[in-house]
Design a protein around this ligand. Structure first.
Ligand code: NAP
Ligand code: GDD
Length: 322
């Protein structure tokens, strides 16, 4: 039975990846950071089937101990401070976790278990002020937030460990992926929960920032499969993972409100508070390398994704009401 370590297992992607790996017969070890309250909402349904261990990307010793104890065949590094606006308020913490944390983990693997296959969660935020449309593995980076800058560092340190030490270290440049498990502060989930609240008369409006930003949105459940595929190849490599389509935040609102037969224009209010100091205006992927080499393609369409998220939030709120 292969063993996989997932950092960030309590996050959106961690929960889907744990499910996928278990279905493939892996023993899954999930690293969680210490907290005074449990934060296992996304993995409650599987928490008895995975081994939960404590560790933190801030703490080198904890990472070395975990790798020493488990010698995992595969490590998926999904842990990060992943919310872009927070990265301006907490740029040092973001750099410590999202950038240097990756070096700490790579060092632990290099010293203790150098044959382990390593996956780094890189991001389309690295493309930032895009230098090319669509964006592929060859597109130069121009990050626009401390988060994006941190992800560029972590991307290059992953490549550097691959080239310096011949480690199997792959990086997935994933475009935005969402699900009913998405954190409430990200725009998609904020919209779908807002739609449900308005439908049930719990809110009168939905306050958002820049409606013109365009993103390449897919379903997280599809994207974790690409992570696994990357670590099953003969050689480590980097891959862009996305849908190849782009939609604006405005369009997301329109489709989401239409699911409940409402017109977004009557409820969405633009609020300066949610604008960013520097914006990423347009993201659209060229995922052809992943299609050709990994045989990966997304299964859930944009409209299916939006409906899935709205329906889930309607059902969540309905259950809470009853
Ligand atoms: P997420 O829901 O925000 O999950 C982040 C995870 O990291 C959580 O489990 C969090 O733990 C953990 N974490 C934060 N700081 C940590 C620390 N110091 N030590 C150990 N764990 C820590 O993120 P996601 O959407 O699943 O994304 C997974 C990864 O992919 C992230 O690296 C993200 O930057 C990257 N990514 C995401 C997308 C996307 O669209 N979702 C696209 C490209 C790249 P707590 O639960 O305790 O907070
Ligand atoms: N969060 C948020 N809240 N975003 C808003 C709002 C709002 O009220 N109004 C408009 N937006 C716009 C943002 O300005 C941004 O252009 C877009 O919606 C998407 O914002 P988020 O959903 O917060 O995601 P992100 O694109 O900044 O970052 C996500 O995707 C990256 C991959 O490209 C995160 O998951 C990152 O961790 C990930 O790397």
């Amino acid at each position: 039975m292969p063993t996989a370590l997932i950092t960030g297992v309590t996050g959106q992607d961690g929960s889907y990846l744990a499910e996928l790996l278990m279905s493939k017969g892996y023993e899954v070890i999930g690293m969680v950071r210490h907290s005074s309250t449990m934060n296992f909402e996304r993995i409650l349904h599987i928490q008895d089937q995975i081994e939960i261990i404590q560790g933190d990307l801030h703490d080198q010793g904890s990472l070395v101990n975990i790798i020493e104890e488990h010698h995992p065949d595969e490590v998926y590094n999904l842990a990060a401070q992943s919310f872009v606006p927070v990265s301006w308020n907490q740029p040092v913490l973001t750099g410590e976790v999202t950038a240097l944390g990756v070096t700490r983990l790579l060092e632990a693997i290099r010293l203790v278990s150098p044959k382990t296959h390593f996956y780094q969660a890189s991001s389309s935020e690295m493309f930032g002020k895009v230098q090319e449309v669509p964006q592929s593995e060859r597109t130069p980076f121009y990050p626009r937030s401390p988060y994006g800058v941190s992800k560029v560092y972590s991307h290059w340190i992953t490549i550097n460990y691959r080239e310096s030490y011949e480690m199997y270290a792959s990086s997935g440049i994933l475009f935005n992926h969402e699900s009913p498990r998405r954190g409430l502060e990200f725009v998609t989930r904020k919209i779908t929960q807002g739609v449900a609240r308005i439908k049930f008369g719990m809110s009168k409006e939905l306050r958002l920032g820049n409606l013109e930003a365009q993103r390449d949105w897919g379903f997280a459940g599809d994207y974790v499969e690409a992570m696994w595929l990357m670590l099953q190849q003969d050689r480590a490599n980097d891959y862009v993972i996305g849908s190849g389509e782009t939609h604006s935040v405005r369009e997301f609102c329109q489709v989401a409100f239409e699911v409940v037969d409402l017109d977004y224009k009557e409820y969405v209010v633009q609020d300066e508070k949610f604008y960013r100091p520097a914006e990423v205006d347009l993201l659209i992927s060229d995922p052809s390398k992943a299609k050709n080499e990994l045989g990966w393609e997304p299964k859930v369409s944009f409209k299916q994704l939006v409906s899935m998220m709205v329906e889930s939030d309607l059902s969540n709120l309905n259950n809470k009401k009853n």
